[in-house]
Unconditional design. Sequence first.
Length: 582
Amino acid sequence: MSKELPALVEALYAASHFEQAAFVTLRALLRRAEQALGASGFARQGRLLRGTVHLRPGDAYRRLVALDQEALEGRPLAPAALREEGPQVALLASASSWRAVVAHGCALSIDVGLGTLQPHQEPSLSLSAPRLTVPFPQDSQQRLLSRQATHVCVLPLRGAGGRIDGMVALEASCMAAIGQEFIWREVSTPLQLIVDVAAPFLTGLPSHAEAPPETDEYLPVVGASMASLVGVLRVFARQDETLLLSGPTGAGKSRLARWCHEHSSRQKGPFESLDLMVVPEELQMGELFGWRKGAFTGAVRDNPGFLARSQGGTLFIDEIDKLSLKAQAGLLHLLEERTYRTLGDAANTQRAHVRFIIGTNVDLHEAVRRGTFREDLYYRINVLPVRIPSLDERRDEISAWARHMLARHHAEKNPEGTVRLSPEAALRLERGAWPGNLRQLDNIIRRAYTLALVQQGESRQALELGEAHVQQALSYEEVSQGSLVEAMCQAARAFVMEAQRRGAPLDIDLAESLRGFVLAEAVQQVGREEAFRLVGRESLVKSRNHLKALRQEVKKAEALCAEVGQAPPSSLAQAAAAEERR
């Protein structure tokens, strides 16, 4: 080992990106394990299969690389090919292994045939101490056996301060060793030493700098900052395990969920999106499982529910932290058994042939500690976790997203003309802060577009969004917190500017639509019933007339959108969609 480490260190220092360092590390690990296997009593019966590097700091996948033992000897260093081919075989029972590594803080061995897991003893512990044996989940066991893996060694990948930022898994096949001591514990120390030496490179190097993945209508912009993450998502999209997308509001989780569906084997099936923010707690179970007419007060007709509508396809459940504890129990049973019953039809059990993608903008682990989210459900959905970075973390994408949004908005308004974003305007956008992420950027582009139209007048042939338009649009965002009067003045100015742009009267009665926009925004922020309490209409909630009132106000807001030829904002569209399902 003393001779191997200098060569390993030299190769790691020569690595310019994560994939190259991962290849070097896996090659060293597999060769060391091969030596141990050759010197053991299982040399003839056993064989190494593959190694995988899982980089998941903050309990969210960032990168994933695998190397098959068969391809090790003589294979050229080709990180792009590794990422395209390797991860397809790399998805072992990583969620179960990850939890065990984090819980025990050390390397561990899995006897897949027995369905047991053993943490490796730390050097300071007595060798005569009894070994801890932990049951290994059956579903994970079956997945590994289907891949011919009978024995797995998992090694923690530690970052700064000893934090576990990932893991390395080595798989072997040896039927004769099931129930016996395999090579992993004996070779654990040198294997862990290799991982520890490689850890600073694996956690610190950037991803391979290459052309970003191909874009499409569902993901029209992919910058270098997102390229490696999209590569991981492309692999995860092909799996049936639950995918957990976390990240700030407006970062594009719903768009990426749809993209994953379109790149999955279920792409010909339906894609349904259930936003729990706009569903009252008492209706969550019904919206998910469906209901029969008369199942409860207010159920005036059958509702098939989101599960039935997404059969054979994908169901994206967003804002999962808004799910009530009662509904959490129902979802847990659904994910474990893949069966459910429609409300009001308890006699018939239905099977859910659905792939689940879950979205959240909160720390679910913290919600578990607070007691607002079930721990068993958290582990059930935290199988393939991916964190979507904020737009401020993806600055290389800002101008590209702005141009895409501008072109889309212009096509809706004036498909015959041309439009462009000036370099100065793009630079101003790139220098700005985007706490509202893509949603905020889209609003700014729409506002700047309207300002440019007003300034241009009747000509519609060529339109340029300049820095002044962007700056003016951004100034509306800079109203000091609590300055409601100024914000109302800005809304009034926008109303007048729209009337001027049209060259025709804009009925002032349409200004009453503000109530609908306010209610829709409040519903999106705090939920329906709390929204009415927030604006001083708790009496409508008590009399159960708040839903009717919401419908009326939403229709007024939709009327304004139709009059000015603009699509309703997401908050308004979601409130309207929720009412249509009732």
